[in-house]
Design a protein. Structure first.
Length: 127
């Protein structure tokens, strides 16, 4: 789950988040990655949304410079620059979970992790 997906989840599902936060906070002895059960690439996420919405959603690619140009019209340039650097880091290093991340987070939360497809299905159903 990306930071933006996490924010959307917190906004849409506050009861789920209010249960998870104390459990996650109690595990501060060792950092952990917030992950889902599946490791997805941009094309995988676009396919999920295409399936749910019934029309093609095209992955924008791995070059965030176009995004930086677009948001520069309404955001401060330093912020768009920082966002581009962050996106470049995601592209270069990925967000691949460590081997034990899914198991560890499942144990912390005391339940199976929700898939991105399940999250997107709930969002699409409410739109």
């Amino acid at each position: 789950m990306t930071r933006w997906q996490g924010i959307a989840t917190a906004t849409r599902f506050p009861s789920r988040v209010s249960v998870a936060i104390p459990r996650l906070a109690s595990c501060q002895s060792r950092p952990f990655n917030l992950v889902g059960p599946d490791t997805l690439a941009g094309t995988d996420v676009a396919k999920i949304w295409s399936d749910l919405l019934g029309h093609p959603i095209i992955y924008g690619g791995d070059d965030p410079s176009g995004f930086e140009r677009n948001v520069a019209s309404f955001m401060r340039k330093w912020m768009t620059y920082e966002m581009r650097l962050m996106a470049e880091r995601y592209v270069s290093d990925g967000m691949i979970p460590d081997a034990d991340d899914v198991e560890r987070l499942t144990k912390i939360l005391g339940r199976p992790l929700h898939s991105y497809r399940a999250f997107a299905t709930e969002i699409a159903a409410g739109a």
